[in-house]
Design a protein around this ligand. Structure first.
Ligand code: HEC
Length: 136
């Protein structure tokens, strides 16, 4: 009689353990979502057409800080940047979205306007930069 009880308990324990394992497996397979905190105000993307595509495709790995703190650039520069994200870091962005993202970035974070160069008069007697860099 006692043996039956022990065996019964062992079977019950096994059964419960299996339930727990199945439960855990289920838990792990369920889609989980996390709420990311708001980006800090300085990292906010400028409003403009295509900003949604950037929000959707470019914020899963890093904050928009990475984008807004870059020196601006033209379409080519942003295209290269997005290519790097895709080829090197594994971002998945459809061709259609790439165009939208690159256009947005080039429009909103375009090249800095050229600064007027100060008229550079060579100082008499100063070595030219070329001479300076040459080994003596
Ligand atoms: C799969 C992850 C991932 C996604 C998605 C992603 N990036 Fe990145 N990005 C990175 C990583 C990793 C770095 C950091 C590289 C480093 O520290 O050198 C980075 C850095 C950057 C930088 C900083 C300059 C540089 O090259 O290091 C910019 C700008 C940038 N990402 C723009 C974007 C844009 C625009 C998108 C959307 C098309 C995007 N990222 C989507 C992973 C990603």
């Amino acid at each position: 009689m006692k043996q039956n009880f022990v065996r019964g308990m062992a079977i019950l324990t096994c059964f419960l353990a299996m339930l727990v394992i199945v439960g855990l497996a289920k838990e792990n397979s369920a889609v989980k979502t996390i709420e990311l905190p708001e980006d800090n105000p300085t990292a906010k993307l400028k409003p403009g057409p295509g900003v949604d595509a950037v929000e959707a495709n470019c914020t899963s790995c890093h904050s928009t800080d990475y984008i807004v703190r870059q020196p601006g650039g033209d379409t080519q520069r942003w295209q290269d940047e997005v290519n790097t994200m895709i080829k090197v870091f594994g971002a998945t962005v459809s061709d259609e979205e790439v165009k939208v993202v690159v256009n947005y970035l080039a429009n909103s974070y375009g090249p800095a306007p050229a600064k007027p160069q100060p008229a550079s008069k060579p100082t008499p007697g100063a070595p030219s930069p070329k001479e300076k860099s040459q080994p003596r």
